[in-house]
Design a protein around this ligand. Structure first.
Ligand code: PDD
Length: 287
């Protein structure tokens, strides 16, 4: 089946979808994005993703070409037209096409470019990796200083994924100048010590994960203690468990950091339980 994608108000076969070579997203990485997961044909935490999209746009003095209601209708339309039961919807908004290349922002009334497409992942909730867990390496965080804005500048995260691949593991966790973990290439990072779940505090140096917010809420409801602070790779290696969260992996156990097993070297009970709670609760609340 040919995928139907969305470009500036139109639903098109993917091969017919076009964006200008002058688009600021293409020339300057001047755009923001969101990834929303789909389970049972429904959107997971759509509200959270839209709120963060609005924040990312505002931080860059951009506006969304369509309303929140139109965004929701478009996400649902893409799910329906592509028959998605489990998968993801990628949405990107750029500063648009000024018709030439310039470092100066175009006038604010230039319409942005908005595109979206589905990714069909039939086993998203039952991903085999969740049963074995991720192995990660740490690498220096060389991204810019505003990674709280979800921009499409993903070259360094891609390089981080490739570094992991070359090392024969699943992901890289970035570390700051103090050796503390900021986050994963495309996910937030956590360790578990006893009843305590530790994850870096919000700031400009991590993305404010929508999954993170939900998981921390569920963790507190399940009587875990939540401590928002930085931790090092060495602390992770000595922790009982570790895990990562994102819309694309939900709660993913992390079983090895820089070649050393974390805890038993197998997915730990806290990560497994939080994954179950997250999937149950978010499925109930999906729209
Ligand atoms: N990435 N940190 C980074 C750097 C991310 O790129 C992501 C998400 C997260 C987790 O955010 P959320 O829980 O809202 O998905 C944290 C998406 C999934 C991606 O780029 O594919």
């Amino acid at each position: 089946m040919t995928r139907t994608v969305y470009v500036n108000g139109d639903y098109l076969p993917e091969g017919d979808a076009k964006v200008s070579i002058f688009d600021r997203g293409f020339l300057m990485a001047d755009g923001v994005y969101e990834v929303t997961s789909v389970l049972d044909g429904k959107l997971i935490d759509f509200d959270g993703h839209v709120k963060r999209l609005w924040r990312s746009l505002a931080e860059l003095e951009m506006t969304c070409p369509v309303s929140e209601a139109e965004l929701l209708a478009m996400h649902r339309e893409l799910v329906a037209r592509n028959g998605i039961d489990q998968g993801m919807i990628y949405l990107q908004v750029t500063r648009g096409n000024p018709g030439d290349r310039s470092f100066v922002f175009p006038p604010a009334d230039l319409p942005g470019t908005i595109v979206a497409f589905t990714q069909n992942i039939p086993n998203l909730a039952d991903a085999p990796a969740a049963k074995t867990g991720f192995k990660v390496i740490t690498i220096p965080d060389l991204r810019w200083s505003r990674v709280d804005i979800k921009t499409v500048q993903l070259l360094y995260p891609s390089m981080g994924k490739m570094a992991a691949k070359k090392a024969g593991v699943d992901d890289s966790w970035f570390t700051d100048e103090d050796g503390a973990v900021t986050e994963g290439t495309s996910n937030n990072a956590y360790i578990v010590k006893g009843n305590r779940i530790i994850t870096r505090q919000l700031g400009n140096d991590i993305l404010h994960g929508i999954t993170r917010a939900a998981v921390l809420r569920f963790a507190e409801e399940a009587q875990f203690e939540v401590e928002e602070r930085a931790f090092t790779a060495a602390e992770a290696q000595g922790a009982d468990e570790a895990f990562s969260t994102a819309a694309s992996i939900f709660v993913m156990p992390v079983v090895e950091v820089d070649g050393k097993p974390v805890g038993s070297g197998k997915p730990g009970p806290v990560a497994v339980r939080l994954r179950e709670i997250y999937l149950d609760e978010m499925r109930k609340a999906a729209i």
